[in-house]
Design a protein around this ligand. Sequence first.
Ligand SMILES: [Zn+2]
Ligand SMILES: [Zn+2]
Ligand SMILES: [Zn+2]
Length: 161
Amino acid sequence: MATSHPHTHVHVNTPCSPQDVDAFLNEAETLVARQGQRMTKIRRKVLRLLLESPEPAKAYDLLANLDGEGSAKPPTIYRALDFLQDTGLAHKIESLNAYVACGHTRHRHSAVFLICEKCHGAEELHAVATNEALKAETEAAGFHMNRAVVEVRGICRDCAA
Ligand SMILES: [Zn+2]
Ligand SMILES: [Zn+2]
Ligand SMILES: [Zn+2]
């Protein structure tokens, strides 16, 4: 996780991928303010760590990388992660028990993750049609969908090359 890597990594594979960590953090701040919320120091720091992590980040890795930020204890991290999920800035990948930042903040989407079984990377697909299809099919079943996270396992572009 982030400890062994220089802090330069950003996901650049989709049209919505954050190209620059600081620019995205500022964008996130605006988005949060528009929702009537506040981007506290700890929330911003956790989002930064997610953006800089080359792999989906586990809560305890985030905790270890907070550099003594505030009184960082597990509940603090989980609250920050909950907040980031509620505001659409992060998703949890259940099968990995890990978190990733979301760049797809400008359109409605269901999170579709492509999880590589070789390098353990996870990339969020720019999946706009999937959301509509899921909505239509769940509604046809008489079910009202709030959100969905789809976890697709396989081999990524880099590992297949
Ligand atoms: Zn997303
Ligand atoms: Zn997108
Ligand atoms: Zn891979």
